[in-house]
Design a protein around this ligand. Structure first.
Ligand SMILES: Nc1nc2c(c(=O)[nH]1)N(C=O)[C@@H](CNc1ccc(C(=O)N[C@@H](CCC(=O)O)C(=O)O)cc1)CN2
Ligand SMILES: Nc1ncnc2c1ncn2[C@@H]1O[C@H](COP(=O)(O)OP(=O)(O)OP(=O)(O)O)[C@@H](O)[C@H]1O
Length: 203
Protein backbone atom coordinates (compact mmCIF):
# COMPACT_ATOMS: atom_id res chain seq x y z
CA UNK A 1 0.00 0.00 0.00
CA UNK A 2 1.61 3.28 -1.04
CA UNK A 3 -0.46 5.47 1.27
CA UNK A 4 1.43 5.68 4.54
CA UNK A 5 -0.80 8.27 6.04
CA UNK A 6 -3.93 9.90 4.74
CA UNK A 7 -3.88 13.57 5.55
CA UNK A 8 -6.18 16.22 4.21
CA UNK A 9 -5.15 18.75 1.60
CA UNK A 10 -5.40 21.41 4.32
CA UNK A 11 -2.97 19.53 6.59
CA UNK A 12 -0.64 18.99 3.63
CA UNK A 13 -0.71 22.72 2.91
CA UNK A 14 -0.01 23.47 6.60
CA UNK A 15 2.99 21.16 6.58
CA UNK A 16 4.26 22.81 3.38
CA UNK A 17 3.86 26.24 5.05
CA UNK A 18 5.79 25.09 8.16
CA UNK A 19 8.63 23.73 6.07
CA UNK A 20 8.75 26.89 3.91
CA UNK A 21 8.89 29.00 7.09
CA UNK A 22 11.71 26.84 8.52
CA UNK A 23 13.65 27.30 5.30
CA UNK A 24 13.04 31.05 5.25
CA UNK A 25 14.32 31.50 8.81
CA UNK A 26 17.92 30.83 7.76
CA UNK A 27 20.20 33.79 7.03
CA UNK A 28 21.52 34.20 3.50
CA UNK A 29 25.06 33.62 4.82
CA UNK A 30 23.94 30.30 6.33
CA UNK A 31 22.27 29.37 3.05
CA UNK A 32 25.42 30.17 1.04
CA UNK A 33 27.49 28.12 3.48
CA UNK A 34 25.00 25.25 3.12
CA UNK A 35 25.31 25.42 -0.68
CA UNK A 36 29.08 25.14 -0.39
CA UNK A 37 28.79 21.96 1.67
CA UNK A 38 26.06 20.46 -0.53
CA UNK A 39 28.23 21.26 -3.59
CA UNK A 40 31.21 19.49 -1.97
CA UNK A 41 29.13 16.34 -1.32
CA UNK A 42 27.68 16.41 -4.83
CA UNK A 43 31.03 16.80 -6.59
CA UNK A 44 32.45 13.91 -4.57
CA UNK A 45 29.76 11.41 -5.65
CA UNK A 46 31.25 8.51 -7.66
CA UNK A 47 28.64 9.16 -10.38
CA UNK A 48 30.10 12.62 -11.00
CA UNK A 49 33.70 11.46 -11.46
CA UNK A 50 33.04 11.25 -15.21
CA UNK A 51 31.54 13.93 -17.46
CA UNK A 52 27.75 13.95 -16.99
CA UNK A 53 24.75 15.75 -18.39
CA UNK A 54 23.12 17.28 -15.35
CA UNK A 55 19.58 18.66 -15.16
CA UNK A 56 19.74 21.31 -12.45
CA UNK A 57 17.49 24.23 -11.53
CA UNK A 58 17.69 27.97 -10.85
CA UNK A 59 17.07 28.45 -7.13
CA UNK A 60 14.77 31.21 -5.89
CA UNK A 61 13.86 32.79 -2.58
CA UNK A 62 14.87 30.69 0.44
CA UNK A 63 15.80 27.56 -1.53
CA UNK A 64 19.28 26.15 -1.15
CA UNK A 65 21.19 28.42 -3.55
CA UNK A 66 22.20 26.51 -6.68
CA UNK A 67 24.13 29.28 -8.47
CA UNK A 68 27.59 28.36 -7.20
CA UNK A 69 26.76 24.65 -7.43
CA UNK A 70 25.80 25.06 -11.10
CA UNK A 71 29.00 27.05 -11.79
CA UNK A 72 31.15 24.41 -10.08
CA UNK A 73 29.47 21.64 -12.09
CA UNK A 74 30.18 23.43 -15.38
CA UNK A 75 33.76 24.20 -14.30
CA UNK A 76 34.23 20.44 -13.74
CA UNK A 77 33.24 19.81 -17.37
CA UNK A 78 29.67 18.63 -16.84
CA UNK A 79 26.98 19.71 -19.28
CA UNK A 80 24.14 21.58 -17.64
CA UNK A 81 20.49 21.96 -18.54
CA UNK A 82 17.84 23.92 -16.67
CA UNK A 83 14.07 23.47 -16.78
CA UNK A 84 11.51 25.78 -18.34
CA UNK A 85 7.75 25.45 -17.94
CA UNK A 86 6.72 23.39 -20.96
CA UNK A 87 5.08 25.72 -23.53
CA UNK A 88 2.64 23.03 -24.72
CA UNK A 89 2.21 20.47 -21.93
CA UNK A 90 0.75 22.10 -18.82
CA UNK A 91 2.42 20.95 -15.60
CA UNK A 92 5.47 19.57 -17.40
CA UNK A 93 9.07 20.79 -17.57
CA UNK A 94 11.30 21.02 -20.63
CA UNK A 95 15.08 21.05 -20.20
CA UNK A 96 17.29 23.51 -22.08
CA UNK A 97 21.05 23.13 -22.32
CA UNK A 98 23.00 26.20 -21.24
CA UNK A 99 25.58 27.67 -23.63
CA UNK A 100 27.56 30.90 -24.09
CA UNK A 101 24.64 32.65 -25.78
CA UNK A 102 21.76 31.53 -23.54
CA UNK A 103 19.16 34.28 -23.25
CA UNK A 104 17.09 34.51 -20.09
CA UNK A 105 13.49 35.21 -19.27
CA UNK A 106 11.18 34.65 -16.28
CA UNK A 107 8.35 32.14 -16.02
CA UNK A 108 4.94 32.87 -14.53
CA UNK A 109 6.26 32.05 -11.03
CA UNK A 110 8.97 34.70 -11.47
CA UNK A 111 11.65 32.01 -11.73
CA UNK A 112 14.48 32.80 -14.20
CA UNK A 113 14.65 30.31 -17.07
CA UNK A 114 16.46 30.05 -20.43
CA UNK A 115 14.44 31.26 -23.41
CA UNK A 116 12.90 28.44 -25.43
CA UNK A 117 15.23 27.53 -28.31
CA UNK A 118 14.50 24.22 -30.02
CA UNK A 119 18.20 23.81 -30.90
CA UNK A 120 19.06 23.51 -27.20
CA UNK A 121 16.24 21.33 -25.89
CA UNK A 122 17.64 18.40 -23.89
CA UNK A 123 15.56 15.21 -24.02
CA UNK A 124 15.30 13.59 -20.58
CA UNK A 125 16.99 10.53 -22.08
CA UNK A 126 20.21 12.61 -22.34
CA UNK A 127 20.21 13.55 -18.66
CA UNK A 128 22.24 11.36 -16.28
CA UNK A 129 21.73 13.27 -13.05
CA UNK A 130 18.58 15.22 -12.19
CA UNK A 131 18.87 17.75 -9.36
CA UNK A 132 15.49 18.34 -7.78
CA UNK A 133 14.32 21.22 -5.56
CA UNK A 134 12.18 20.32 -2.59
CA UNK A 135 10.28 21.84 0.31
CA UNK A 136 10.57 18.73 2.49
CA UNK A 137 11.87 15.15 2.39
CA UNK A 138 11.56 12.16 4.70
CA UNK A 139 13.45 9.07 5.85
CA UNK A 140 12.21 7.10 2.81
CA UNK A 141 13.24 9.62 0.15
CA UNK A 142 9.71 10.93 -0.29
CA UNK A 143 9.60 14.52 -1.38
CA UNK A 144 7.23 17.44 -0.91
CA UNK A 145 7.54 20.18 -3.51
CA UNK A 146 5.80 23.46 -4.25
CA UNK A 147 2.58 21.64 -5.12
CA UNK A 148 2.57 21.91 -8.91
CA UNK A 149 3.45 18.27 -9.56
CA UNK A 150 6.16 19.33 -12.05
CA UNK A 151 8.85 16.99 -10.78
CA UNK A 152 6.47 14.06 -10.22
CA UNK A 153 5.49 14.32 -13.90
CA UNK A 154 9.15 14.66 -14.93
CA UNK A 155 10.15 11.62 -12.86
CA UNK A 156 7.20 9.42 -13.85
CA UNK A 157 9.01 8.18 -17.01
CA UNK A 158 11.96 7.23 -14.82
CA UNK A 159 9.73 5.40 -12.33
CA UNK A 160 8.20 3.44 -15.22
CA UNK A 161 11.71 2.39 -16.29
CA UNK A 162 11.49 4.26 -19.62
CA UNK A 163 14.57 6.36 -18.91
CA UNK A 164 17.60 5.93 -16.69
CA UNK A 165 18.84 8.77 -14.52
CA UNK A 166 19.81 9.49 -10.93
CA UNK A 167 17.36 11.86 -9.20
CA UNK A 168 19.03 13.81 -6.38
CA UNK A 169 17.19 16.19 -4.08
CA UNK A 170 19.14 19.19 -2.78
CA UNK A 171 18.06 20.51 0.59
CA UNK A 172 18.84 22.30 3.80
CA UNK A 173 18.93 20.13 6.93
CA UNK A 174 15.81 21.86 8.30
CA UNK A 175 13.78 20.40 5.41
CA UNK A 176 13.88 16.88 6.86
CA UNK A 177 10.79 15.33 8.50
CA UNK A 178 10.48 11.71 9.70
CA UNK A 179 7.55 10.84 7.49
CA UNK A 180 5.71 12.69 4.73
CA UNK A 181 2.25 11.76 3.49
CA UNK A 182 2.62 9.88 0.19
CA UNK A 183 0.30 10.28 -2.80
CA UNK A 184 0.11 7.70 -5.62
CA UNK A 185 1.91 10.00 -8.08
CA UNK A 186 4.80 10.86 -5.72
CA UNK A 187 8.15 9.54 -6.93
CA UNK A 188 10.72 8.98 -4.14
CA UNK A 189 14.24 10.28 -4.71
CA UNK A 190 17.34 8.05 -4.79
CA UNK A 191 19.58 10.53 -3.00
CA UNK A 192 19.06 13.69 -1.00
CA UNK A 193 22.05 15.86 -0.22
CA UNK A 194 21.99 18.26 2.74
CA UNK A 195 24.98 20.12 4.26
CA UNK A 196 25.38 17.50 7.00
CA UNK A 197 24.62 14.28 5.12
CA UNK A 198 24.22 12.39 1.87
CA UNK A 199 20.99 10.43 2.28
CA UNK A 200 21.11 7.32 0.07
CA UNK A 201 17.72 5.64 -0.41
CA UNK A 202 18.85 3.09 -3.01
CA UNK A 203 17.99 -0.33 -1.71
N1 LIG B 1 13.77 26.87 -8.29
C1 LIG B 1 12.70 26.14 -8.57
N2 LIG B 1 12.28 26.02 -9.83
C2 LIG B 1 11.15 25.32 -10.08
C3 LIG B 1 10.43 24.70 -9.05
C4 LIG B 1 10.90 24.84 -7.72
O1 LIG B 1 10.32 24.31 -6.74
N3 LIG B 1 12.03 25.57 -7.52
N4 LIG B 1 9.29 23.99 -9.36
C5 LIG B 1 8.87 22.87 -8.67
O2 LIG B 1 7.95 22.22 -9.01
C6 LIG B 1 8.56 24.36 -10.58
C7 LIG B 1 7.78 25.64 -10.30
N5 LIG B 1 6.77 25.40 -9.33
C8 LIG B 1 6.20 26.32 -8.49
C9 LIG B 1 4.97 26.04 -7.94
C10 LIG B 1 4.33 26.96 -7.12
C11 LIG B 1 4.93 28.16 -6.80
C12 LIG B 1 4.24 29.12 -5.89
O3 LIG B 1 3.09 28.93 -5.55
N6 LIG B 1 4.90 30.16 -5.44
C13 LIG B 1 4.36 31.18 -4.54
C14 LIG B 1 5.21 31.42 -3.32
C15 LIG B 1 5.23 30.28 -2.37
C16 LIG B 1 6.04 30.67 -1.13
O4 LIG B 1 7.30 30.75 -1.22
O5 LIG B 1 5.43 30.90 -0.09
C17 LIG B 1 4.33 32.51 -5.28
O6 LIG B 1 5.13 32.67 -6.20
O7 LIG B 1 3.50 33.33 -4.89
C18 LIG B 1 6.19 28.42 -7.30
C19 LIG B 1 6.84 27.50 -8.14
C20 LIG B 1 9.52 24.49 -11.71
N7 LIG B 1 10.70 25.27 -11.35
N1 LIG C 1 2.48 11.99 -13.01
C1 LIG C 1 1.44 12.82 -12.86
N2 LIG C 1 0.44 12.84 -13.77
C2 LIG C 1 -0.60 13.66 -13.62
N3 LIG C 1 -0.77 14.51 -12.59
C3 LIG C 1 0.17 14.54 -11.65
C4 LIG C 1 1.33 13.71 -11.73
N4 LIG C 1 2.10 13.98 -10.66
C5 LIG C 1 1.46 14.93 -9.95
N5 LIG C 1 0.30 15.27 -10.52
C6 LIG C 1 -0.67 16.27 -10.01
O1 LIG C 1 0.06 17.39 -9.52
C7 LIG C 1 -0.56 17.91 -8.35
C8 LIG C 1 0.47 18.36 -7.34
O2 LIG C 1 1.19 17.26 -6.83
P1 LIG C 1 2.11 17.42 -5.52
O3 LIG C 1 1.37 18.18 -4.47
O4 LIG C 1 2.67 16.07 -5.16
O5 LIG C 1 3.25 18.35 -6.11
P2 LIG C 1 4.75 18.58 -5.62
O6 LIG C 1 5.57 17.34 -5.80
O7 LIG C 1 4.71 19.15 -4.25
O8 LIG C 1 5.18 19.71 -6.66
P3 LIG C 1 6.49 19.96 -7.56
O9 LIG C 1 6.96 18.64 -8.10
O10 LIG C 1 6.00 20.86 -8.63
O11 LIG C 1 7.49 20.61 -6.68
C9 LIG C 1 -1.47 16.83 -7.82
O12 LIG C 1 -2.76 17.36 -7.68
C10 LIG C 1 -1.46 15.72 -8.85
O13 LIG C 1 -2.77 15.45 -9.27
Amino acid sequence: MRFRKDISAVAQQQLRRQLLDARASLSSVARDDAALQVGDHLLQLPELQQPCHIGSYFSVKAELPTHTINERLMAQGHQLSLPILHPARAGHLLYMQLNQTTKWTHNRFGIPEPELDVRHVTPLTHINILLVPLVGFDAHGNRMGMGGGFYDRTLSAWREGKISLLPIGLALDCQYVNELPVQPWDVPLELVITPSKVWDFRG
